[in-house]
Design a binder for this molecule. Sequence first.
Ligand code: HEC
Length: 414
Amino acid sequence: MESEIAGWFSVVLRFVHVIAAIMWIGNSILFTWMELNLIAPAPSKPDKDGNIPENPLLGHLDMLHGGGVFHLEKRTIDPKAIPVPLHWFMWQSYTTWITGALLMVSVFYIHGGSALMDGTKSSLTGFFPIALSVGGIIGGWLVYDTVWRTKLKEHKPFAVPLSLALILAAAWFYNQYFNGRAVYIQIGVMMGSFMTANVFVHIIGNQKKFMASLLAGKPHDMKYGKQAKLRSMHNHYLTFPVLFLMLGGHFPQLTSAERNIPILGVLIVSLVAVKFLMNSRYYFRHWLPAIFGTFAAACGLIALLLAIPTKASAARANLDPAVAAGAKLFLSQGCAACHQAGASRIAPNLQGLLGSKRVFTDGSGLIADEAYIRRSIREPVADIVTGYPLAMPPYAHLPEEQIDALVAYIRSLK
Ligand code: HEC
């Protein structure tokens, strides 16, 4: 009963997280689109003393939707006429982060963070895995925020590659300890947390400051908006990579690939580049071919990173072609998403399975032989290992030689 209720709450949490994220990212994309499409007002004419009066209008825009035209103006606020109601946008972001943090705790941080770890890479125990993950989120924010508070922010051609390089260095670091799925999630969570912290500290923080100065009767000061806008743009460019990394758990062929970190690098850089090119359409004539070019180059590069054998995979292939084929299928069929090397939180650790004693939920048991492994893959419902839910999909549709290869691979896991 308890586990059914816990399972139901995890569904609710995931759904709220996804809906809030869609609302937040949808806003980010729409607001940036509006910003890029604003039509600037005609320059103001000098008055009789030769002074150019300040124009409160920053731009306007007409949008067809819902059977009418939204005529939208962006303007500075007159402290004597602060609009009511004035809508603020922050709860989509905060809801996304809060539900994301709860998910992180319920999926990865329970049981001392064992779901983060890869026993074949390292054996951190106690609270170390959780401390490593939380430390990266807080420490990463301090580093990122410092870089973009200093003069470096004036030198984007340097600061942007530096920020991306720091993210990749973090990914490399986590890959020394965490399993592939957890590495992708950790980097996604770090970037997603930077985004919410940007909203909380810089965007809403500055909006509160300038609203306070307006309420004190001072004229609208654009300096507050500048810092907020820079962080808004960061958030905007992070949306595509963060979405991809959050879905990483569904792509074990990438997260658990031997070159998972270079692949992560190509994904982040190309997704930021695609968003940038989408925004460049108003001044860059070849934006569309450039997007297709970036897309094709990234796909090709990732295919190469997956296909070119590494030292480890070449050594495996020398041993036994069936084992090597099985190892590939184990990734491409999604087995590795649940059966993670060295971990047994989501699904049993398959190392040393052959010849070991298995106990099932109906109280029966047996010594695992090849026939058992084969049956477990084709019809998981036949014997459900104690301590696990019936979560594994049946793979009876796989051709016989693929099942043979998977069995050979599982046999080889000592
Ligand atoms: C959605 C998660 C999931 C996926 C994907 C998955 N499994 Fe499983 N697997 C489980 C769980 C949970 C169990 C334990 C419960 C059971 O026996 O059904 C299990 C059990 C097994 C067992 C028996 C292990 C034991 O300890 O006796 C084998 C063998 C196995 N899976 C192989 C595979 C292979 C091969 C693939 C890919 C073709 C795969 N699994 C895909 C979740 C998964």
